[in-house]
Design a protein around this ligand. Structure first.
Ligand code: ZN
Length: 311
């Protein structure tokens, strides 16, 4: 599966060996629970004992507009969200360039349409562009046809703006539906990063894909994430709208994430940090992120990679 920017040549291409893992999740087996056996640690490319991925969700205005469309008339919250693509992204791109690190940017189609030059600048810098819905829409209770249409709108936007066919997906607010894995497999996606039932990447079995013409034995690689490694919980203060409602110190966030990083490294897991440019693009927060990157660089055997290259 071609992805214009997802597999830069500068990093190893061996991929994550998850073949030996038992599928941890399947709609076939009753569908609504994880398998009884947790996924085993994966084999990392030679020379590596653990992995870390920096991911940035370019939600910008879409997350707020989805929560309350009338917020479009509130100039100040809109400007808070615009800070991400306008100021946060250039700062983060410069930070990543200083360290020679490629990251994964999950981009809603609406953000691509609204900030095409910003999204192109991310792709041109060699980072992976992945799919993050069209309008950061709430998928809870959404019917399958609507969800499919929204995924397709997102694909069109990323193609039109950046010429990218993404191989990775992250659901808005990490709310995967039981239809999402099949909808992704049918469209050629290779990985998802929305579930929380493992420290290790694993194969997510996709039931029902055969009926729709996909391969009979279909699966995605699931690269788990969770709220503890999301800057939203630390910083997302948006009065009367949404978010965690707190503004934590970057020193506290750095301490939390450093502890998680060191522990993940010690057990051979994958550390997936999720940041939002409108939050972590602020100066002191970006500085804390740089300190975390410096810790990553000191950890022996840690594979710092994009999600697409790691699949
Ligand atoms: Zn998001």
């Amino acid at each position: 599966m071609a992805n214009a920017v997802g597999r830069p040549d500068a990093i190893p291409h061996d991929g994550w060996d998850v073949a030996a893992n038992t599928p941890a999740w399947s709609r076939d087996s009753g569908g609504l629970a994880s398998a009884a056996t947790p996924p085993a640690p994966v084999t990392w490319p030679e020379g590596y004992t653990a992995a870390a991925c920096l991911t940035f969700d370019l939600d910008a205005e879409s997350a707020v507009l989805t929560a309350d469309i009338t917020s479009v008339y509130r100039m100040s919250p809109m400007s808070h969200q615009a800070y991400g693509p306008l100021v946060g992204v250039p700062r983060i791109l410069a930070l990543l360039a200083r360290h020679g690190i490629r990251a994964t940017f999950f981009v809603p189609g609406y953000s691509a349409h609204r900030y095409p030059a910003v999204v192109r600048s991310i792709a041109e810098a060699g980072h992976e562009i992945a799919h993050h819905s069209y309008f950061h829409e709430n998928t809870i209770g959404m019917d399958e046809r609507t969800e499919a249409d929204m995924i397709d709108l997102g694909l069109e936007a990323l193609h039109d703006v950046a010429g990218v066919r993404p191989v990775g997906y992250r659901a808005p607010m990490w709310e995967l539906t039981y239809s999402t894995p099949r909808l992704l497999a049918e469209r050629g996606f290779l990985y998802d990063s929305s579930l929380m039932d493992s420290d290790h990447p694993y194969r997510l079995a996709v039931a029902g894909a055969a009926e729709a013409g996909a391969a009979e034995e279909s699966s995605l690689v699931e690269v788990p994430a969770w709220w503890g490694l999301d800057d939203w919980e630390q910083y997302a203060f948006l009065p009367d709208l949404m978010g965690s409602g707190v503004i934590e110190s970057p020193a506290k966030a750095l301490q939390m994430w450093s502890l998680e990083l060191e522990a993940a490294h010690a057990i051979g897991a994958v550390f997936v940090l999720t940041c939002h440019p409108f939050l972590s693009g602020r100066p002191a927060r970006a500085r804390a992120l740089e300190e975390l990157i410096e810790l990553m660089e000191r950890l022996q055997g840690l594979w710092i990679t994009t999600m697409g290259a790691g699949r």
